[in-house]
Design a protein around this ligand. Sequence first.
Ligand SMILES: [Zn+2]
Length: 43
Amino acid sequence: MAQQYKCPMCGATFGSQSELEEHSKKEHAKEMQKKSQSEMRSQ
Ligand SMILES: [Zn+2]
């Protein structure tokens, strides 16, 4: 019955959304920054 939160970037599963968010910030922070940086570099 426990709901699982799956990371869309690596497929890891977590028991709560806060765990998933913390994982994304730690493990995928670079990927998130990459998007905003590429926008800035497009000049
Ligand atoms: Zn992940």
